[in-house]
Design a protein around this ligand. Sequence first.
Ligand SMILES: Nc1ncnc2c1ncn2[C@@H]1O[C@H](COP(=O)(O)OP(=O)(O)O)[C@@H](O)[C@H]1O
Ligand SMILES: [Mg+2]
Length: 281
Amino acid sequence: MKNETLYLQRMMEASRRPAVVLAIASGKGGVGKTNIAANLGICLAACGKRVVLFDADMALGNLDVIMNFTSTYNISHVLSGQRSMEEVIHVGPEGLEIICGASGVEDLANLSEFQRRRLVSELTKLQEQNDAIIIDTAAGISKSVVAFSLASDHVLVVTTPEATAITDAYAMIKVLVGNSFGGRISLIVNMAESIVAGKKIYQQIASVAWRFLGAKVDCAGVIAWDERLRRSVRMRKPVVLAYPKSSASASIAALATKLSRGMAVRTDNESFLKRIANWFF
Ligand SMILES: Nc1ncnc2c1ncn2[C@@H]1O[C@H](COP(=O)(O)OP(=O)(O)O)[C@@H](O)[C@H]1O
Ligand SMILES: [Mg+2]
């Protein structure tokens, strides 16, 4: 009943402005996307934003692992028509709403017509009722990752100092630019040796993107390598709750503040729904 009351309350409070859609993408796996998505979501929710965290990593959904809950229902039940989106939402810390991906569900690009339509209409409802939708995408540059990223207002590309992660992050930026992405692209350097070292990596990537792609890549932030983040994963408790004073928590909180200040939606007139639909239909 508590969940329903919260949900109803939020629905009533919902303003007319649609939620800003943030996609967390990377190219390479294991760079920290899911941890950033979860902790960023908690920080934004703690600032009073209505936030939905959508696990679009359908093959390997692991938000439930990090946040320590078991999901009975997930997105596959919504897509099959068995459940509505409201019924599969898990309410997490600070009222953050989480929608889990489903292991074994085919790639979005392989969904049936009926499933895709369900997905689009349910996502539209979510956009109307919230301030931010954070999409935790899968690793790699598959069609569904690209589709979700292109449909977002703002793509946060995550890299680490590792050469392969940097190459993959750049490839992701290149795909977005190549598909005439109309939103904003920002970079997060995670597991940096230090904040200064991370900023240097950002500058290198941003200057190459500007020179060769003519793309403006903003700096969303740097998160240093932090043992407490690793420990928090083993504890199955998001780092901002387990170790609020850690450097990783401070960096993610700063990222949330930065994002909530500049949560501008795209200026091209199409809604998230339309952009997703354009891609799939
Ligand atoms: N800033 C960090 N410092 C140390 N380890 C980190 C950091 N960020 C992520 N990790 C480690 O990397 C692992 C993978 O993170 P995860 O968020 O699951 O990545 P992805 O979603 O990109 O695959 C985590 O379990 C954690 O142990
Ligand atoms: Mg992940």
